[in-house]
Ligand binder design. Structure first.
Ligand SMILES: *Cc1c(COP(=O)(O)O)cnc(C)c1O
Length: 398
């Protein structure tokens, strides 16, 4: 079975991923099973998309119910579900308006369009001159527009020509942003914590300074909270840790409850109001099925205290990893249930560690070769964290 699946993938699939050699066919809560019936603890949560755990029964039920009532009607008509989700998102995060899309990359593209149009219509930037400041080692998705401002050659190689209008500043360095701001700058787009770069937390106070700088220069601050948002760091938004209120935020991943892609741009009215009929859209964006799932996903997070669980178990997990004192670990950092372990590159690669973890029943994935991430579903229990820690100890201390 496993062999056959891998061969089919190799024969018929474009090889744009390099998965660990495990074939999964079942998931429930924090657990995954492979085709041999072997059980694994998911420490990856599909990059935060599975914050509710796998196949959450109430979400599956909500999905099922909506699927047999009205699944899809396009934005050519109103549905009775979409405005309810918009209101829920806005009151939850204290914003004025929201625009729904499907994937995270689409939410980012929406943010870029909003920022540029805001620049022309509100700030008075001359036509086609708007500039957006982004950061080195950013990850915002895979469209040709977005990879145009990546600093990672792996994401860009032979995909040009690239979209102009972006400037890359140094993450965590306020002067580097200051230098790149001019009268044509419409926005700064930033991850409050860089996920794909390896759970990189900027220096304390930096995001606040960025907010103040943006305000002083009449530049929008847009935070990409697609991975960091919705409880991953112990708060609804990671920007809350720095007491920062972005002009708009992008959401995705966990918003779909691990079942369905749902993303959004949520923000102030003057940012979202730049769109008029015909200016932007998506066939599936904001469909009733997506909205029913996302609404339920938020309700469950709130009712079952996912944020508190992420904060307290995340702190415990981090503390336990810090006292591990394994020679292959260089440093450990994280916020909430989002932890990056820096490996000593002279010892073991992230891939090797992830393969060892896999053999012992923990699934995770390295990022940038030398960082192993631990990001379990937010409903994980303390005993499940302890179970993981035992295995992690065996792998790292061995
Ligand atoms: C995953 C991710 C995206 C892109 O989301 P997709 O759904 O994969 O398009 C954008 N920004 C951040 C911070 C992400 O982690």
């Amino acid at each position: 079975m496993e062999h056959r699946i891998k061969n089919l993938d190799a024969r018929f699939g474009a090889q744009n991923y390099h998965p660990l050699p495990v074939v999964l066919n079942k998931g429930s809560g924090v657990w995954l099973w492979d085709t041999d019936g072997k059980k694994y603890l998911d420490m990856m949560s599909a990059y935060s998309a599975v914050s509710h755990g796998h196949c959450h029964p109430e979400l599956v039920e909500a999905m099922h119910e909506q699927a047999q009532t009205l699944a899809m009607c396009s934005r050519a008509f109103f549905s009775d579900k979409m405005p309810l989700l918009l209101e829920r998102l806005c009151s939850l995060l204290d914003y004025d308006k929201a625009l729904l899309m499907n994937t995270g990359a689409e939410a980012i593209e929406t943010a870029i369009k909003a920022a540029r149009r805001w620049g022309y219509s509100k700030k008075g930037i001359p036509d086609n001159q708007a500039e957006i400041i982004v950061f080195d080692n950013n990850f915002h998705g895979r469209t040709t527009g977005i990879i145009s401002f990546s600093s990672d050659d792996e994401y860009r190689h032979q995909f040009g020509p690239y979209l102009p209008g972006f400037h890359i500043a140094t993450y965590g360095d306020i002067e580097s942003v200051q230098k790149r701001i001019n009268k044509n700058t419409c926005a700064v787009l930033v991850e409050p914590i860089q996920g794909e770069a390896g759970i990189v937390i900027p220096p304390k106070g930096w995001l606040k300074k960025l907010e103040q700088l943006c305000k002083a220069e009449n530049v929008l601050l847009i935070c990409d909270e697609i991975q960091s948002g919705l409880g991953r760091t112990g708060t609804w938004l990671a920007s809350e840790h720095e007491d920062v209120k972005p002009d708009a935020v992008t959401l995705g991943k966990a918003l779909g409850g691990g079942l369905y892609p749902v993303s959004a741009l949520v923000g102030r009215a003057d940012v979202l109001d730049v769109f008029n009929p015909g200016s932007h859209g998506s066939t599936f964006g904001g469909n009733p099925l997506a909205c029913a799932i996302a609404h339920k996903a938020i309700d469950i997070m709130e009712r079952d205290n996912y944020l508190q669980n992420s904060a307290s178990l995340g702190a415990y997990f981090l503390e336990q990893l810090k006292i591990l004192s394994a020679p292959s670990i260089q440093s450990v950092r994280g916020r909430g249930l989002w932890i990056g372990v820096d490996l000593d590159p002279s010892q073991k690669t992230g891939r090797e560690i992830c393969e060892s973890l896999m053999k012992k029943g923990i699934l995770s994935k390295e990022t940038h070769h030398t960082v192993v991430r631990f990001a379990p579903p937010l409903m994980i229990t303390k005993s499940e964290v302890d179970y993981a820690l035992e295995i992690i100890k065996e792998v790292f201390v061995a």
